[in-house]
Each structure stands twice: as structure tokens, then as C-alpha cells.
Design a protein around this ligand. Sequence first.
Ligand SMILES: [Zn+2]
Length: 72
Amino acid sequence: MTETSKTVGVAMPREVEQLQGKPCRSCGTLLPLDARACSCGALTDNATFRERAEFEVKQWRAYKERATAESA
Ligand SMILES: [Zn+2]
């Protein structure tokens, strides 16, 4: 009886870790550990350098468009 509960106690933490994944740095949504980007558009540590660079360019363009629209 006690042996069964011990086995469950050891197996639980690992399973929980796998299910939780990583929280998004931007919105806090839990993402799979192998996810490269969140639905909110933020990239995770799994994103490659190129993906990060493209993301930065996109953000910069969006910012510039906003700035242009506001000043007009
Ligand atoms: Zn997010």
C-alpha cells in the first residue's frame, strides 16, 4: 500500500513539469516546451536568431507605422 503511494509521489512532479511548459514572457500564457512563439506574437527561447531578427523588424515597422499615423 505505502509502496504504491510512494511511486505516485515520485512520478507526479515530472509529469506536472511536462504539462506546464514555459510561461510566455509577454502575456504569461503557458506554452509547450518546444513552442517557438506564443499566440500573442512573443518569441520563446526556442526561436532561432533569424526568427528573433524578423520579429524585431516587424515590431520596428509597426512602431514606425504607428508613429507616422499619429504625427499626420
Ligand atoms: Zn504570449
